[in-house]
Design a protein around this ligand. Structure first.
Ligand SMILES: *[C@@H]1O[C@H](CO)[C@@H](O)[C@H](O)[C@H]1NC(C)=O
Ligand SMILES: *[C@@H]1O[C@H](CO)[C@@H](O)[C@H](O)[C@H]1NC(C)=O
Length: 410
């Protein structure tokens, strides 16, 4: 009786251990590593609120057609939580570990590991500089060969090479996969030129048939875990359940400068938190941020209080036991953030300066009231529960549930 199942099990194990098995669907899959590492000054919330302010300032500067000149007066601090991919630059190539950012669009190296010019490097003659919420870089723009994954190459990708940077400890730079217009005003003297992103170039050279990226994040209790995946040009069916719900990119400014959508949020069966408004989806923000008035309603509904040490909201165990789901309505479909999905993974409380036993919430304030045209950011804590698709070709953003949507991993 036991022979057949054991034989099958042995076969299955042999198959899963084999390195030659590849899914042949022409998808470019890049593994992404998540890292939680609070260094330098500032709380997780400070980081994210600076990020939100930077995104608003950046978009408004673009709308006004002027370079972003607002430099944060808060000392640059390293990012607390990020997802990074390995990108190879040059021939022979040097491998760099780059932050994956849908909220910016310059790709650059040199923050950590120095750029190594090779036979494929060509200086464009432009200076490049970008200011982020909690950091900045400046340097020279180069054209170089950029490769990802197994054997995928962009022979001529324009990248920044930092001669100075602040706020990027532990990474080598950024792979900016946001809308290309975010690169306006980052070059000089060619400030009116945009810099095609890696996705734009993969599409232009015919490597991918749609200008699209898709992101799979997963919750984790570890400080580092290669549990994410970025795909170019297509979606990975193995990473989500059901079907993808698409929402058109919002027309509301400044959210429209990013991967912006309209969304409303409800707590439990009937408590409105945020009426339909525009905001963005951003892999470079850790928390899920909502307007100040929406946060007041959320705090009233949950009983949460602000925790001085982490900046996050905190619940008692009794309040957590009563926590209801938070429903994000996107183009008519409700995406349910369960009570467990609303809390910071408790195994990582101490990694963000928190108390081991406390229950902290991943929902917090964006720093401005509703009606500013960028009233929420669905950050990585949201994206760890839903697969997301950034579809430039069809001007839409998609979401789907995953095997982790309802998991109790936190
Ligand atoms: C955390 O960041 C610091 C500096 O930013 C770096 O030196 C250190 O290696 C990082 N630790 C981990 C575990 O990544
Ligand atoms: C989003 O909401 C605004 C009003 O807040 C509306 O004008 C717009 O048509 C909505 N849809 C899109 C795709 O922008």
């Amino acid at each position: 009786m036991f022979h057949t199942p054991l034989a099958l099990l042995a076969l299955a194990l042999a198959a899963s251990a084999s390195p030659v098995l590849q899914v042949r669907d022409n998808l470019v899959r890049l593994p992404m590593a998540k890292r939680v590492n609070l260094t330098g000054s500032g709380s997780l919330l400070d980081h994210d609120q600076l990020r939100a302010q930077y995104l608003r300032d950046q978009a408004n500067a673009l709308l006004d057609g002027v370079p972003l000149s607002i430099l944060s007066d808060v000392a640059a601090t390293n990012k607390v939580v990020d997802y990074v991919v390995n990108v190879r630059v040059g021939s022979p190539a040097t491998t760099y570990s780059l932050l994956v950012d849908t909220g910016s669009s310059n790709t650059w190296v040199g923050a950590g590991k120095a750029y190594v010019p090779t036979s494929s490097s060509m200086k464009t003659g432009d200076r490049v500089s970008v200011t982020y919420g909690s950091g900045s870089f400046s340097g020279s723009e180069f054209i170089d060969a950029v490769s990802f994954g197994i054997d995928l190459t962009i022979p001529k990708q324009s990248i920044g090479v930092a001669s100075s940077s602040t706020g990027f400890g532990g990474v080598d730079g950024i792979i900016g996969i946001g809308p290309v217009d975010l690169t306006l005003n980052t070059l000089s003297p060619h400030s009116r030129s945009t810099i095609p992103t890696v996705t734009d170039n993969l599409f232009a050279q015919g490597t991918i048939s749609q200008n699209l990226v898709a992101v799979s994040f997963e919750p984790t209790q570890q400080r580092t875990n290669t549990n994410g995946e970025l795909t170019f040009g297509g979606i990975d069916q193995s990473k989500f359940t059901g079907s993808i719900t698409y929402a058109p990119l919002t027309t509301v400014s400044p959210a429209s400068k990013f991967f912006g959508i309209n969304q409303s949020i409800r707590y439990g069966t009937s408590t409105p938190i945020l009426s339909s408004t525009a905001g963005i989806v951003d892999t470079g923000t850790t928390l899920t941020l909502i307007s100040t008035d929406a946060l007041t309603r959320y705090m009233a509904a949950t009983g949460a209080v602000s925790d001085a040490r982490t900046g996050l909201l905190r619940l008692t165990n009794a309040q957590f036991a009563n926590l209801q789901s938070l429903f994000f309505n996107i183009n008519g479909v409700n995406f349910e953030l369960t009570p467990n999905a609303q809390i910071w993974p408790r195994a990582l409380n101490t990694a963000i300066g928190g108390d081991k036993k406390s229950v902290y919430l991943i929902v917090n304030s964006i720093g401005t009231s509703t009606g500013k045209g960028l009233d929420f950011i669905n950050g990585m804590t949201f994206l760890e529960r839903f697969y997301s698709v950034y579809d430039t070709t069809n001007k839409r953003v998609g979401f789907a549930t995953t095997l982790f949507t309802n998991s109790n991993s936190n």
